[in-house]
Design a protein around this ligand. Structure first.
Ligand SMILES: C[S@@+](CC[C@H](N)C(=O)[O-])C[C@H]1O[C@@H](n2cnc3c(N)ncnc32)[C@H](O)[C@@H]1O
Length: 188
């Protein structure tokens, strides 16, 4: 699996939170975490959800991502000390314990482009899920054909970056196969 510079390059990762805001999907996961004792956030990215779960629930929270650049942003957030941050790969990690709730949000499950990678991730989830636990993940609905809007002319937008001022962002499809891979670009 190739490393995506969007997550691994600190110069790009710093734009993630500007472009991906809090939404109803995260509210739903936060509410599910209110009644459990432990949560594992796989592919936590910049940790927006894990930090809120840590701050607003009594759950013990572990959040995992392979990308150091994303975890650096997560660890710097207020309240980050309530979360156990792990740099690791959801296809192979073994934390040696189980969780009541496992989350994979922001379409993180869709980073796995092969059946083998998906099976390995599901095996990780099976290994870490408590007997009556829940695994919640999201996936794009292919019937909506979202990728047709991932064109610079349809997706160009402006974002306000604290240290840089106004920046432009757009999406572009770079490679099309059975699965489609898209790239987001940011220009200062
Ligand atoms: C679209 S982001 C979603 C981040 C976060 N869950 C959210 O809702 O904003 C996808 C995340 O999956 C992570 N990721 C990529 N490969 C992974 C792997 N093998 N195991 C776990 N996470 C992975 C990326 O580093 C990235 O942070």
């Amino acid at each position: 699996m190739a490393e995506d510079p969007l997550y691994h390059d600190a110069r790009l990762a710093r734009f993630y939170d500007l472009d991906v805001g809090w939404g109803a999907d995260r509210d739903c996961c936060l509410n599910l975490a209110r009644d459990v004792g432990s949560v594992l956030d796989l592919g936590c990215g910049t940790g927006a959800l894990a930090v809120r779960i840590g701050a607003e629930t009594r759950a013990e929270v572990t959040a995992l991502d392979p990308a150091a650049a994303m975890l650096d942003i997560a660890r710097a957030k207020p309240g980050a000390e309530r979360v156990n941050w792990v740099q690791g790969d959801a296809r192979s990690v073994d934390l040696g314990r189980c969780y009541d709730l496992i989350l994979m949000t922001g379409h993180a499950f869709q980073v796995f482009l092969t059946a083998e990678d998906r099976a390995r991730c599901l095996a990780t989830i099976a290994r870490h899920l408590a007997p009556s636990g829940r695994f919640i993940f999201d996936s794009r609905n292919p019937a909506v054909r979202e990728w047709e809007e991932w064109r610079p002319d349809l997706s160009r937008r402006q974002l306000d970056a604290p240290e840089l001022g106004r920046i432009e962002a757009w999406n572009d499809v770079h490679w099309v196969s059975v699965v489609r891979v898209f790239r987001t670009s940011w220009a200062v």
